[in-house]
Design a protein around this ligand. Structure first.
Ligand code: NDP
Length: 453
């Protein structure tokens, strides 16, 4: 680590104590940027990086709501408006008990670079709450969403800040949030993405992150004249990203043998086919059940609880070619990364945000596997959100084929940017540097053009 990175990190840690995920995300990016700043002293003089690590605005608010027993519940709501140099703030809302300021700042920081890579005009933001939708009735979720939006609606708008879904925020939550925004502001606009199809949503938006992560993996394999045909894949999570990752892998001739949730994982040696995936969609999206039920239904599958006491996740300890972490941050540590490599995995495409710890990432880079970091590999979701914004502005929906073709094209172009940028900065094959530098340059130049704001 050079002295510039050391000094900046010391400042970031001192100013943002206890925000460990934010520190981790910043350190990974600025390590890549040192070489860029050496080549471009104008960025250093204008303190572009020092400005990038400081959100333009942080909103934090009380969210009171009534539960079904009439009791009062209080949660905390957040919106981080990180950077608007290249467009309105754009990024998801996460509802999960683990949500805090540091986690949302890491996600908002990553989002700035990711959105830039898509080539669409979107700045970066992220938000959410420590509210846990699990175990709540639909009415409780609705009352919470209405209270959350009653405050958030004062700060967002189709040309200002356009939130979307993330962990714990799917079609149901976006519907309740949109309804309340419309009611208070008296306007029907594209203020959220991930909307229902008959009220402004885009085809392919639910599929986009998962499909995109698989398209990115396919592009990485293409650099070695290979494809996903016949490849065995490990997928973690069983939510939105995991579900459509599996669908696309099956379509491209691969086989998926794992799935998980926060309690445990299933291993299905025969592979999760289209029929079994249908069961998972019904289990997770309609009944909101646990993945354990997969092994109750399909007897050949084995369910294993994941204990927090273990120093590794047994899910990553199965023979395979590819891994698609699609659950949450830091779900692959150094030991998991070593297990993956020992078991033959040589393609990792991150559907989740920052799912690999820094030691794990370094191991993947040292071993020169095909490693696609989240801000590149999972950018398909926000890309199609950007396409939803375009369709909303035109008030004209595109067909499924049109959106999927554009998504595919964007993922290919992100891949090309990563490869070419990594090469031109002297680290061929390093998608981490390619994504960080590629995403940075466009934002940094816009910030220079716009003066000291
Ligand atoms: P969902 O809420 O639909 O699904 C999340 C899945 O991950 C669930 O299976 C959940 O299990 C599991 N999970 C969540 N937290 C943990 C945890 N702490 N430990 C273990 N498992 C956990 O979310 P998404 O599929 O939308 O998001 C998954 C990842 O993809 C996140 O990192 C998100 O930031 C990222 N992402 C999502 C995008 C999108 O378009 N949705 C876009 C880009 C990135 P359980 O049901 O038990 O909670």
């Amino acid at each position: 680590m050079g002295s510039y990175v050391k000094n900046l990190m010391a400042e970031v840690k001192a100013k943002n104590p206890a925000e460990i995920e934010f520190h981790q995300a910043v350190e990974e990016v600025i390590e890549s940027l040192e070489v860029v700043l050496d080549r471009h002293p104008e960025y250093r003089a204008a303190k572009i990086v020092e400005r990038l690590v400081e959100p333009e605005r942080v909103l934090m608010f009380r969210v009171p709501w009534n539960d079904d027993q009439g009791g009062v519940q209080v949660n905390r709501g957040f919106r981080i408006e990180m950077n608007s140099a290249i467009g309105p703030y754009k990024g998801g809302l996460r509802f999960h008990p683990s949500v805090n300021l540091g986690i949302l700042k890491f996600l908002a920081f990553e989002q700035v670079f990711k959105n830039s890579l898509t080539t669409l005009p979107m700045g970066g933001g992220k938000g959410g709450s420590d509210f846990d939708p699990k175990g709540k009735s639909d009415n409780e979720v609705m009352r919470f969403c209405q209270s959350f939006m009653t405050e958030l609606c004062k700060h967002i708008g189709p040309n200002t800040d356009v939130p979307a879904g993330d962990i714990g925020v799917g079609g149901r939550e976006i519907g309740y949030l949109f309804g309340q925004y419309k009611r208070i502001r008296n306007e029907f606009t594209g203020v959220l993405t991930g909307k229902g199809l008959n009220w402004g949503g885009s085809l392919i938006r639910p599929e986009a992150t998962g499909y995109g992560a698989v398209y990115f993996a396919a592009e990485m394999l293409r650099t070695r004249n290979e494809s996903l045909e016949g490849k065995t894949c490990l997928v973690s999570g069983s939510g939105n990203v995991a579900q459509y990752t599996i669908e696309k892998i099956i379509q491209l001739g691969g086989k998926v043998i794992t799935l998980s949730d926060s309690c445990g994982y299933i291993y299905d040696e025969e592979g999760i086919d289209a029929e079994k995936l249908e069961f998972v969609l019904e289990l997770k999206n309609i009944r909101r059940g646990r993945i354990k039920e997969y092994a109750d239904k399909f007897k050949n599958a084995v369910y294993t609880e994941i204990s927090a006491d273990l120093d590794h996740n047994p899910m990553w300890d199965h023979a395979a070619h590819c891994a698609f972490p699609s659950a949450t941050q830091n779900e692959i540590n150094e030991k998991d990364a070593q297990n993956l490599i020992n078991n033959g995995v040589y393609v990792v495409s991150e559907g989740a945000n920052m799912p690999t710890t820094p030691d794990g990432v370094n191991l993947f880079l040292d071993k020169k596997i095909l490693y696609g970091p989240g801000k590149a590999a999972n950018a398909g979701g926000v890309a199609v959100s950007g396409l939803e914004m375009v369709q909303n502005s035109m008030r004209l929906p595109w067909t499924r084929e049109e959106v999927d073709n554009r998504l595919h094209h964007i993922m290919k172009s992100i891949h090309t940017t990563c490869v070419q940028t990594a090469e031109s900065y002297g680290t061929p094959g390093n998608y981490v540097n390619g994504a960080n530098i590629g995403g940075f340059l466009k934002v940094a130049n816009a910030m220079l053009d716009q003066g000291l704001v």
